[in-house]
Design a protein around this ligand. Structure first.
Ligand SMILES: [Zn+2]
Length: 333
């Protein structure tokens, strides 16, 4: 009996010395589970977490739930183009700041009693509510922001506005966001509207100098063309030779649309046509200066035609076609 007790004491005494710390950790964990401690439950739950496939399905469900296309949305827009649809509807081409160019349907817009029609005139700046449709989205509500009334009273300025909208429509792809082009177009329409108002006031005061007023709007068109090409990745080259990259000097240089800009005299065998020093200077100023800061030049008609020839050559090269508005602008000028 004594031997048995001694053996038991020996075994009991030897345990704390020989067992490792991990043994006690495991033992404590077993005790906690056995006695139903409040902290034991989460540990068990973590070990029994759902398999990886289930987690993936849950994540994809939340992504689909929160990222799905809304059924309707509100957006500011500038109206680029109209086309008739059916008996009384219209397909309207919009330029929006955060959704790019869109084609949407305006139901009943050609009816005389339509409340939307006045707000979605060409070149209008408006706030639209649009419902997502299966094939095309629908305008459900329209509210005018700026209608550019002065621009609409002057044929020359209105034609310039239509030309800018045709340019934007031709160069931009649908659903491609170009906030910079949206702002550029909006500012250009505001400038045209201000210029049209100035013309009206000068005409009323019999102080109108039509040539100079047309000259200012022609410069605005060149500035718009230059910035539009830059924003969409076709920036014209007017600082260095487009072929050999040497810096252009203040002498007669050349211009070739296919090479993307001006060429030095050493590359004259590649010139499509010459480019005068004054034309190059003005084009450089327009390229590097915001329209509001461009000084008021008094340029002769020949210089305007030279710059227009260069810029239209570039646009024609990139679009591979002429624009409809060019002939009408030429006729008005
Ligand atoms: Zn060169």
């Amino acid at each position: 009996m004594v031997e048995h007790l001694l053996a038991k004491e020996k075994v009991a005494g030897s345990i704390p010395v020989s067992r490792s710390p991990s043994y006690f950790a495991q033992r404590r964990r077993r005790q906690v589970v056995r006695h139903g401690s409040a902290k034991a439950a989460p540990a068990v739950r973590i070990r029994s977490s759902p398999p990886e496939e289930t987690c993936y399905h849950r994540v994809s469900f939340f992504v689909r739930f929160f990222m799905r296309e809304p059924r309707s949305y509100a957006t500011q827009s500038i109206i680029l183009k109209h086309a008739d649809l059916g008996e009384a509807d219209r397909i309207v081409t919009l330029l929006t700041p955060y959704r790019g160019k869109l084609h949407v349907v305006a139901k009943g817009a050609r009816r005389p009693i339509s409340k939307k029609a006045g707000h979605i005139d060409l070149l209008s700046h408006c706030q639209l509510h649009i419902a997502s449709g299966r094939n095309m989205d629908l305008i459900t509500q329209a509210e005018g922001i700026e209608s550019f009334l002065h621009l609409r009273t002057e044929l020359w300025h209105m034609t310039c506005g239509f030309y800018l909208s045709e340019l934007v429509d031709r160069f931009l792809e649908e659903h491609t966001i170009h906030q910079d082009v949206y702002q550029l177009f909006l500012e250009a329409l505001r400038s045209l509207d201000r210029d049209a108002l100035t013309v009206c006031q000068q005409r009323a005061a019999r102080q109108l100098d039509t040539n100079q007023e047309h000259g200012r709007t022609q410069l605005l068109l060149r500035s718009f063309e230059m910035n539009l090409l830059s924003y969409i990745g076709y920036e014209p080259v007017f600082r260095t030779c487009a072929h050999c990259a040497t810096e252009l000097q203040a002498v007669e240089n050349g211009f070739t649309p296919a090479l993307g800009g001006a060429l030095c005299p050493n590359c004259s065998h590649l010139w499509a046509h010459p480019l005068s020093v004054n034309a190059l200077k003005v084009l450089r100023i327009l390229q590097r200066t915001a329209w509001a800061s461009v000084p008021i030049f008094r340029l002769d008609a020949r210089l305007h035609i030279e710059m227009e020839l260069a810029m239209h050559g570039l646009l024609r090269y990139h679009l591979e076609r002429d624009l409809k508005s060019w002939s009408f602008l030429e006729m008005l000028r």
